[in-house]
Design a protein around this ligand. Structure first.
Ligand SMILES: [Zn+2]
Length: 254
């Protein structure tokens, strides 16, 4: 009897230790659009919800990418540093990435075309995906927002002065999420992807790219866990629904 109980307890402990598989988001894009650039979630806390993801840092101090459990900060001047666990974020999406589908690309293809391929290969455009594109890129154009000072401007104004970088023949990883359009405003509807080079010296929010060779991994996600800040700028501010036109201009550059 005692032996049986031990087995049950061991099985329960194993189940509790299993990693969650929900797309976790801290705060909302709408809040970021309205200039809520300070959150209370640390990178260390964020990494409890996922090993792969993206976002930004407090004061809008650059782009975040998390790859294999390591977080990086790409600042507006293009410098890339490892992001310590104590740094805070006002907005991020993460997941414990599990590849559900994988394919390789052996010809030159733009990231727009690649995104269409990913959507066509997916079971539906109405669920979430996490994607990882690892390989050689003939060209990457990425951007990074610059740290802002209080009183914070709205994102549409902060985004007017950002660093834009071009990288040629670079090995790296483009990684991010697809949200169904119905979630636009809560997050970025469609694809939202950040890039980092293998040498961890360049990266940013992906604006466009051409892939030469790459492995594409897709994680299909049906669970979405969203956490709003427990205090701070989101309280007492009028946060409406972001205008899609503004989101397209900021996130997709068009
Ligand atoms: Zn981004």
């Amino acid at each position: 009897m005692y032996y049986l109980l031990s087995i049950i307890i061991a099985a329960l402990l194993t189940a509790c230790a299993a990693q969650p598989h929900a797309l976790y988001q801290y705060s909302s894009l709408n809040a970021l659009m309205e200039g809520v650039y300070d959150g209370q979630l640390t990178i260390g806390e964020l990494k409890r919800h996922g090993d792969t993801g993206l976002g930004t840092f407090n004061a809008l101090d650059g782009e975040m990418i998390i790859i294999n459990g390591s977080a990086y900060q790409i600042k507006g001047d293009g410098t890339v540093t490892a992001a310590g666990d104590n740094i805070e974020t006002p907005f991020a999406d993460v997941v414990f990435f599990k590849s559900a589908k994988s394919f390789t690309v052996e010809r030159e293809i733009s990231c727009d075309e690649l995104q269409k391929m990913i959507l066509q290969s997916a079971p539906s455009s109405n669920i979430f995906y996490a994607v990882k594109i690892e390989g050689t890129f003939r060209h990457v154009r990425a951007r990074a927002v610059r740290a802002q000072h209080k009183p914070y401007p709205r994102l549409i104004d902060a985004a007017k002065d950002q660093g834009v970088f071009d990288f040629n023949n670079v090995r790296g990883t483009a990684s991010g999420f697809y949200f169904p359009d119905t979630f636009g405003g809560l997050s970025v509807g469609g694809f939202h992807i950040h890039f980092i080079s293998d040498d961890r010296k360049s990266g940013g929010h992906l604006m466009s790219c051409e892939v030469t060779h790459a492995t594409v991994d897709i994680d299909y996600l049906t669970d979405f866990l969203m956490e709003l800040p427990k205090s701070g700028g989101i309280y007492g501010k009028t946060i409406g629904t972001a205008q899609q036109r503004e989101v397209d201009l900021i996130e997709k550059g068009r």
